[in-house]
Structure formats: structure tokens, C-alpha cells
Design a protein around this ligand. Structure first.
Ligand code: FAD
Length: 287
């Protein structure tokens, strides 16, 4: 089943994102996480992919396939391209298809410091065109940026490029994390004016500690509203209070987004079933 098919206007979609275990951890750790996330009945779970695009790492494919096969849930495999050749991407596509994975979140990926990118793909739209050209019938999603991608000269350019991605075949978009819902509403309004008419899911990341958020913000440039930075300053030395405040902040964002009629909420779970469960308990009846 394609992710696009669950956006049928009947309900707001609620999806999760997980990442494969870090190198030192066994892949079984993710299955423990999935055992718990399964009970929360997300509409789909997406699995991230390493920026290096290394063929050695088959874990995204393995996990996305298992989510469908063993957990009976819809899944999507992230796939990056900027550090891969066409032959390498062709091989990953074959593996995904052979493993029964039906949906791909097609991404450019980030450049790796001191490693020149390969020349075959420059943008996610190139990857989407390649997937289509190879004759595959995956459901294809893409990423979008309510606060503009850091590489873009302007929000207008970024939106024009997003339209190219949708025209290339992205049927559904998931947003970068954000902490100010008004930025998301404004972005969606402009996207609709630009003729981007596919479902746009709001990416929500619950903050559990100050270091985590500082790292994320330095990577993606999300702005932090005053009420958010006040919360972090007040609770930064009290992990339990910080966690509870972070969960409450995410819940408030979700309630507001769903009331505004967003297409879906994509929860960056950080592989933390406890936090996903707490959020799920607070908002499940809204979906
Ligand atoms: P693109 O869509 O290619 O955009 C990148 C830049 O190029 C933008 O400035 C855009 O305006 C411009 N651009 C796009 N298309 C064109 C075009 N046709 N012509 C000219 N300019 C263009 N990274 C990982 O390594 N692994 C993951 O699993 C992963 N998952 C992610 C999930 C989500 C929901 C999000 C939001 C991001 C994720 N990322 C992941 C990070 C992502 O790889 C980076 O943000 C990367 O810098 C951009 O990827 P993209 O697919 O959005 O790029």
C-alpha cells in the first residue's frame, strides 16, 4: 500500500520516524523499540538512511521490510543520493523492491565534510526521476522546510525547487521539525499558492534535553520561540522536568496543528517509545 492512499480526507494521519541502531548496537534493539511502537498503531513508520549512502549498511531496508512483514504496519524507507552513484542507488532500489518495501522518502542527503559528493545526483528531484526511469512503482515522498532549507538563497527559491520535486513525482511531503506552528501555517499557505497540492505532514520533535535540541537546531536552523527557550533555560538541569515540559510542548503543538486541519503529524520518535507513548496517550483521540 502506498502512503499516499492513507491521505483520503477521512482522518489526520499520525506517523512515526525511527532510525537504525548505531553501529555498536545490535539490530535487535530496534525491534524492541518497534514492539512498543506497534501498540500505538501509527499510520506508517519511516526509517532513516545514513547520509553516506553506504551500500554496506542494509539496515534501513531490513527494518522497513520488517515493519511491514512482522508488525503489519505501513513503512517507508528513507533514501539519500548525493553521496551515491547511479549504480549504487540502482542496487539499493533493487533490494528495497525485493524486500517488499513499497514507499521511499527520496532525499538529497547532506554533504559529508571533506568527502566530495558523487556527481550522479544533485537534488532529491534527480533521485525521484531516476526511480521512475528505472521503472519502479514505489510510493514517493519528499522533505520540505517550513523555515527554508539552509542551502537556499530565499524561501521563494526553495518553494520553486519544492514544486520541481513534486512535479518530478513526490506524492507526499514531510516537513523538517519546527517549534513555531505559525511558520508552518504560513509555509503551507504559500506552498498551496505555488501549486503544491500534495499532502504535507508536520514534523514534530519532542525535546528531551537541551544538548539534543542545540545539535538539531545547528543542523537544520529551526528558530526557537521565546516560550520554548524559557522552558529550556528553566528546566535544563532537571532532566525529568525537561522531559515532561518537552512532551507538553509537543502535545500543545500537535493539538493546535490538528485543530488547524493539517494533513498529518510525523513524530520524530528518536527511538524513544516512552515519549511516543506519552504523546500518543495525550493526542490519540484527536486522530
Ligand atoms: P533537496 O530537495 O535536493 O533540496 C536541497 C537544496 O537544493 C534546497 O536548497 C533546495 O531548494 C535545492 N533544490 C532542490 N531541488 C532543486 C532543483 N531541482 N534545482 C535547483 N535547486 C534545487 N538526511 C539523511 O541523511 N538521512 C535521512 O534519513 C534523512 N531524513 C530526513 C527526513 C526529513 C523529513 C527531512 C526534512 C530531512 C531528512 N534528512 C535526512 C535531511 C536531508 O537529507 C537534508 O535536509 C538535505 O540537506 C536536503 O535533502 P532534500 O531531500 O530536502 O534536498
Amino acid at each position: 500500500m502506498k502512503i499516499m492512499d492513507i491521505f483520503n480526507g477521512e482522518k489526520t494521519v499520525f506517523s512515526f520516524e525511527i532510525f537504525p541502531p548505531k553501529r555498536d548496537n545490535s539490530i535487535d534493539t530496534i525491534y524492541k523499540t518497534l514492539d512498543e511502537l506497534q501498540d500505538l498503531k501509527p499510520d506508517f513508520i519511516s526509517v532513516t538512511y545514513g547520509a553516506s549512502g553506504s551500500l554496506m549498511d542494509n539496515s534501513t531496508c531490513e527494518i522497513a521490510s520488517s515493519i511491514k512483514r512482522n508488525y503489519g504496519l505501513l513503512s517507508a524507507a528513507h533514501l539519500t543520493c548525493v553521496n551515491s552513484s547511479q549504480d549504487e542507488v540502482r542496487e539499493v532500489l533493487r533490494r528495497l523492491s525485493d524486500s517488499g518495501v513499497e514507499n521511499i522518502l527520496a532525499l538529497r542527503g547532506d554533504y559529508i565534510p571533506d568527502v566530495p559528493p558523487k556527481e550522479d545526483f544533485k537534488h532529491a528531484s534527480d533521485l525521484i526521476e531516476f526511480i521512475k526511469k528505472e521503472g519502479y512503482d514505489f510510493g514517493i515522498s519528499g522533505a520540505c522546510y517550513p523555515e527554508c532549507h539552509l542551502d537556499s538563497d530565499s524561501p521563494v527559491d526553495d518553494l520553486k525547487n519544492l514544486k520541481k520535486k513534486v512535479d518530478a513525482g513526490a506524492e507526499h511531503l514531510i516537513s523538517q521539525l519546527f517549534f513555531d506552528n505559525n511558520l508552518f501555517y504560513s509555509f503551507v499557505e504559500k506552498a498551496r499558492i505555488a501549486g503544491i497540492d500534495v499532502p504535507i505532514e508536520a514534523g514534530i520533535m519532542p525535546v528531551v534535553n537541551k544538548k539534543q535540541i542545540e545539535r538539531m537546531v545547528s543542523l537544520c536552523g529551526a528558530s526557537l520561540p521565546a516560550k520554548f527557550t524559557r522552558m529550556m533555560s528553566k528546566y535544563e538541569n532537571n532532566p525529568e522536568a525537561m522531559r515532561d515540559a518537552g512532551i507538553a510542548y509537543a502535545v500543545n503543538q500537535i493539538v493546535d496543528l490538528v485543530s488547524h486541519g493539517v494533513d498529518g503529524i510525523h513524530l520524530y520518535t528518536m527511538n524513544n517509545p516512552y515519549i511516543a507513548r506519552r504523546i500518543n496517550e495525550s493526542v490519540r483521540s484527536l486522530f
